[in-house]
Design a protein around this ligand. Sequence first.
Ligand code: SAH
Length: 261
Amino acid sequence: MLERLRTVLIGTSHSGNIGGVARAMHNMGLSDLALVAPRSEVIHQDSISRASGADHLLHGARVSQTLDEAVADCTLVVGASARSRTLPWPMLSPRELGRRLPDECRQEGARIALVFGREDSGLTNDELHRCHAHVHIPTNADFSSLNLAAAVQVVAYECRLAWLEQQASSGGSDADEAEASLGADEQRASHADLERYFAHLEQTLTTIGFHDPQKPRQLMARLRRLYLRARPRRIELNILRGILSATDKTAADRADRPPRP
Ligand code: SAH
């Protein structure tokens, strides 16, 4: 289960924090670290010293320029946020996230991204709208923001507790961890599948005049929230994309038709 969790750090500005995150992850048995557009060096004396022996995670970390690239294959994307935002989104506590993991991880090809933001400004709305759910560590409302590595520590700890409980209930065997091989109807869509769908949806809604990118009025964010909440299967997304293609074709045919006299 723990090997299916990817810790994603966006725009980290202190090498020491990247090292602190590597240590927190290794303490809890997590190993997949991805960095998106880091604003500091990944391999640096500060990161190596804060990693305190977990620097193999730093050497193994994948670096990409966008969140989409870092989580393309993920079937669940959860963003950690210290603040509540203007558009409410499904919220989980770290414990609730842990409770969901055994089921999420049993699926064939499951990969779960835990996304953490910048030390100075957290995650942008655009990044948060790419997540299925947000996880908030219930801190003092007057002083809600944890250090990045401390936030990773708390979330990773709850993931580990959930894994330990699962181990205990299966008598330490891996039986419960065996992947369920899923039929075509059950396969979860990946982040990349969903993003392709959202891009197509926005384009079609613009073509038919339902959406004006100059006056977006949170339309795409609300639609994202709806689809992400529904957790569409891959086969369902294919149907939805088929509907968009048929709509595009009808709109193009109408545009080609000569105007009525
Ligand atoms: N000043 C930023 C917080 C940055 S802390 C802000 O106001 O948004 C760096 C990152 O640690 C955050 O982006 C978030 O991913 C995580 N984090 C910090 N405190 C958290 C909390 N209480 N709950 C969940 N994540 C938290």
